[in-house]
Write a protein that binds this ligand. Structure first.
Ligand code: GUN
Length: 287
């Protein structure tokens, strides 16, 4: 069997097109230009690329985009004051602080300072709690994008066995909540999982979100499974690769996401959706 490729680039382009139309409608009907402010502290090279791509995607969809770059030695007091100012700025609908932050900054404290209704990453404890209790305000962008991919492929989630490898706050845990809400039976594996292959081989839907190149090989995939690769790693050859060994897994799976061109573009598309929805909500509030 050779798996169908789930094209994240194509699906994300459709979503961004829809966002662009809604952005225009919001502007025309309410005079509101949806706006995202991204804060980048320090010079992490990968973060610089991600932040630039987020800004470009915003502009292409007609959103106002501001990137605030701060030096690596920025104090916590200064960063928190900036976030407080952005919370109060009505032209800013979404605030995103790019992670990871330099070690001297308390990530948790920084995220908790963002107003929950502007937290387009969905990382604030209030948003994590809303997601857990089945009433999400913002779903975190990467797992939200994965759900859109599964939906576009008409993957049956009700009653399905879903196995997630990687239990981060950004991907694994919210992914588990979204799949659970869709009716899947969810297993969330972590670095201590005793027999990882025994878990992954049960999966109708397998999500790999570890950050280790090729940790999932074809022999760990159930024949006919849908495989979602969230990993973005730099392989020994310098090329981008995922957590899934694509060649062996695609021979067994029924559908699979590639890296690049899979989940990555979806994350940015869902960030635009979340920002637009924050702006739309602000319009309703002020009516
Ligand atoms: N760093 C890696 N992924 C993300 C993300 O989705 N949001 C933020 N804020 N930082 C990240």
């Amino acid at each position: 069997m050779s798996a169908r490729i789930i094209d994240g680039k194509k699906l994300s382009a459709q979503i961004k097109e829809d966002v662009a139309q809604r952005v225009q409608a919001l502007q025309q009907k309410h005079g509101i230009q949806a706006g995202l402010t991204v804060v980048l502290v320090g010079e992490d090279p990968a973060s610089q690329v991600y932040v630039r791509n987020k800004g470009l995607a915003c502009e292409a969809a007609g959103l106002k985009s501001e990137i605030i770059r701060l030096p690596a030695d920025t104090t916590e007091t200064k960063l928190l004051a900036l976030i407080t100012r952005l919370n109060q700025d009505s032209s800013v609908h979404g605030i995103l602080v790019q992670l990871p932050l330099p070690a001297h900054l308390d990530e948790h404290k920084v995220i908790e300072t963002i107003a929950p209704h502007k937290d387009v990453d969905g990382f604030h404890v209030s948003n994590a709690g809303m997601l857990m209790t089945g009433k999400p305000l913002f779903a975190p962008c990467t797992p939200y994008g994965v759900m859109k991919m599964l939906e576009s492929e008409n993957v049956t989630l009700r009653g399905a066995e879903a196995v997630i490898v990687g239990a981060s706050n950004i991907v694994g845990k919210p992914m588990a909540m979204l799949l659970l809400a869709a009716g899947a039976t969810v297993t969330l594996c972590n670095s201590k999982t005793r027999d990882l292959a025994a878990q992954t081989r049960r999966a109708d839907v397998l999500v790999a979100a570890v950050g280790r190149p090729g940790i999932i090989t074809g022999d760990m995939v159930k024949p006919g499974a849908v495989v979602i690769d969230v990993g973005i790693n730099r392989g020994a050859d310098g090329k981008l690769c995922g957590d899934v060994d694509f060649a062996s897994a695609s021979a067994v799976a029924s559908a699979i996401t590639p890296v690049p061109g899979g989940v990555g573009p979806m994350t940015i598309a869902m960030l635009l959706v979340n920002t637009l929805e924050a702006a739309e909500r602000s319009a309703n509030i002020s009516l």
